[in-house]
Design a protein around this ligand. Structure first.
Ligand code: SF4
Length: 225
């Protein structure tokens, strides 16, 4: 299982209500809350960001399909909005998506494009099974560090910080496997793949360092793990 994004979306908030700096692969932008919610409205609010994701995914998916078909449709527009209602303890969210095609487009093409839109990746995700998992990311030092090396790098594991979320085990099972001893097999993947996986550890339990050529190699394993 691989993450969709090579680089996670990174957000930071300070004390200025409620400006968040959101960093993405190629830059950053501000997210905020509207004035009515106590923010300054200097950027999109979280609901707007969610609906923007659906709008852009719809448009990109339709454009790819239209281009593949060679249809002459110079512009498509989308409006997205949502409303919520309560059913007992449950909150029901309905998202409405209106797709605006140029006047005169044949009904068969409109119907086909409506169907294609319903299969865009973000639509499928929103209508599928979503779970949000949260972890505390530690930056403090802990005493116990277990080390695993190949010829390039040493992976350091701090068991006290490991929440056993299984992220590493699921995503790089040839290296991280709780059924083997040691549980980290450095020969299971190349150095770049191991580095990339280590950097995805949500809690800071895993980190890596380059081996120093001048120093004698440290023992690969210093515990029963
Ligand atoms: S990803 Fe990090 S926290 Fe999760 S099991 Fe692996 S080492 Fe532990």
């Amino acid at each position: 299982m691989e993450y969709k994004l090579q680089k996670p979306v990174h957000g930071t908030i300070g004390t200025s209500k409620y400006q968040c700096v959101i960093e993405w692969r190629n830059g950053q932008f501000i997210a905020d809350e509207p004035v009515v919610q106590g923010g300054k409205d200097t950027g999109p609010d979280p609901y707007t960001l969610l609906l923007s994701s659906l709008a852009s995914c719809t448009l990109v998916t339709l454009r790819m399909y239209i281009d593949r078909k060679g249809w002459d449709i110079p512009e498509i527009k989308v409006n997205t909005n949502m409303w919520q209602s309560k059913e007992g303890d449950n909150t029901i969210t309905i998202i409405d998506r209106d797709i605006i095609f140029p006047a005169g487009l044949e009904p068969e093409k409109k119907n086909r494009l409506l169907e294609i839109a319903s299969h865009c990746p973000v639509s499928k995700m929103l209508e599928g099974n979503i779970k949000v998992r949260s972890y505390v990311f530690h930056e403090e030092e802990v005493d116990r560090k277990l080390k695993y090396s190949n010829e390039d790098i040493t992976v350091v594991w701090k068991p006290e910080l490991c929440k056993h979320s299984g992220r590493c085990v699921m995503q790089l099972p040839k290296v991280f496997n709780l059924k083997t001893k040691p549980w980290v097999t450095m020969s299971g993947a190349d150095t770049e793949a191991i580095k990339a996986q280590v950097e995805k550890c949500p809690t800071g339990a895993l980190s890596w360092v380059y081996n120093k050529p001048e120093s004698p190699e440290e023992p690969a394993i210093d515990s029963e793990f």
